[in-house]
Design a protein around this ligand. Structure first.
Ligand code: HEC
Ligand code: HEC
Length: 216
């Protein structure tokens, strides 16, 4: 009886250890043999959601994001070129040991996920209508070009121009303030010029419009 229970205990210990090492291994950001998709499901999902549709607005949605933009941002986190506080705090460590192949696979995975917009109503609220106007027409009096020129008519993005449709409003507001007030995203120099003269009202409106916008 004694031998049996010892064997069982050993077996359980071995099984338990085996399980955790397998799981640990697939969560290991410094193991180049782990595929981007596995990392997406095991690691990135904790903040960005399994399909890139994060619930918490502190974490940007990655679903449907442009692949080229995605890769560029990962390289900027990794190279410490993007240094806005949340990027620095969360993404520097995570991107540190990723290989180019893993980054490419991560970008493919998330770019192929369908974006779920935040509460898309059938009709636009007043705030969303005002935001749509800024997005499509810019603000002529202050020389602000239409956002759609670069981000696309439906805000789906294109290449290094990010998708904005369906992104969390809070995240959009935060990033527009980063561009407007800081040099923490130097690769976004063009956005600094554009965000410079946006009022806080313009920013709130355009963010409300974009977060609920669905691309066809
Ligand atoms: C612990 C939470 C956390 C985890 C895990 C995490 N991220 Fe992030 N990620 C963030 C935060 C917070 C931001 C927003 C940073 C900012 O505001 O600049 C972000 C931003 C990003 C961005 C930029 C999005 C944009 O629109 O510019 C990309 C791309 C990204 N993460 C990819 C990943 C990938 C790939 C993984 C997994 C390998 C991952 N993240 C894991 C928290 C996380
Ligand atoms: C001339 C082209 C251009 C125009 C016009 C433009 N953008 Fe951008 N925008 C960019 C580029 C390029 C980036 C990516 C910057 C980077 O790589 O850091 C960007 C990034 C952004 C981001 C950050 C997205 C993210 O996921 O972090 C937001 C938000 C944004 N733009 C909003 C707007 C709004 C709102 C307008 C209109 C008022 C606008 N943009 C007009 C080129 C443009």
């Amino acid at each position: 009886m004694k031998t049996v229970s010892i064997t069982l205990a050993l077996l359980l210990a071995a099984f338990g250890a085996g399980c955790s090492t397998t799981a640990e291994r697939s969560r290991n950001l410094a193991d180049p043999s782990v595929s981007g998709k596995t990392l997406a499901l095991q690691v990135c999902s904790n903040c960005h959601g399994v399909d890139g549709n994060s619930v918490n607005p502190n974490f940007p949605k990655l679903s449907g994001q442009q692949k080229e933009y995605f890769v560029a941002q990962m390289k900027e986190f990794k190279g410490h070129d993007r240094l806005d506080p949340e990027g620095f705090e969360y993404m520097w460590g995570i991107s540190r040991s990723l290989t180019e192949k893993q980054i490419d696979e991560l970008a493919s995975y998330f770019s192929q996920q369908k974006n779920n917009p935040d509460q898309a109503g059938d009709t636009l609220t007043q705030r969303e209508s005002a935001g749509k106007f800024v997005f499509e027409q810019g603000v002529a009096a202050r020389n602000i070009p239409p956002c759609s020129t670069c981000h696309g008519a439906e805000a789906a993005g294109n290449g290094t121009f990010p998708r904005l449709a369906g992104q969390h409003a809070d995240y959009i507001v935060k990033q527009l303030n980063v561009f407007q007030r800081t040099d923490e995203r130097p690769e976004g120099a063009i956005m600094k010029v554009i965000a410079h003269d946006l009022t806080s009202g313009n920013i709130e409106n355009v963010a409300a419009y974009l977060s609920s916008h669905t691309t066809k």
